[in-house]
Write a protein that binds this ligand. Sequence first.
Ligand code: HEM
Length: 180
Amino acid sequence: MHRKHDDLFGAGIDTSTVTIEWALAELLGHPHILKKLQDELSSVVGSTRLVQESDIENLPYLRAVVKETMRLHPALPLLLPHAARQQCQVNEYDIPSGTQVYVNVWAIGRDPNAWENPLMFYPERFLDSKMDVRGHHFELLPFRSGRRACPGLALGISNVHLMLANLVHVFEWATLTDST
Ligand code: HEM
């Protein structure tokens, strides 16, 4: 039982914190995006309270910032390794039974065939798009897809939304070089 708890905490905490850290790093590197997010939070949440889970559905720019972070900086860039249970073919590649297989979602998130200006941090690309991170869109698979997708997806994504929103809403953020 302890082992299971360790696995759950390990799987849930590191993945969420690393995603929030990358989001903050990107926001600090793109002050106009940080400002746009702060403006959304001010207008939807106001200045007298913390962000609540029920606010998230009214914060499309926040959700777009999180998707864009997960596209460029997936917490598990190669997902977890799996083994082919039987011999199969993927495109022109023969995969023998027992082969250990990785999915490089880091590279997929930066593939110029799938994304316009792939290296640009540009949350707006998700504003008029139905693309989500739940495994239906193979260009964006931070939680994998199908039967072995992350079982903590719903908790993970709401943790990231809520913590990032409150960190941005409550604190002033600046880099060390900003203050020198
Ligand atoms: C931003 C947050 C999270 C991200 C990006 C994430 C991503 C992933 C990914 C990519 C996998 C591997 C799927 C595979 O390749 O087989 C995985 C597995 C897993 N995740 Fe998450 N996860 C997050 C949060 C959580 C949370 C909050 C929990 C639990 C409370 C959790 C529990 C697990 C467990 C138990 C597995 C292993 C499932 C298995 O053995 O098939 N994750 N996660």
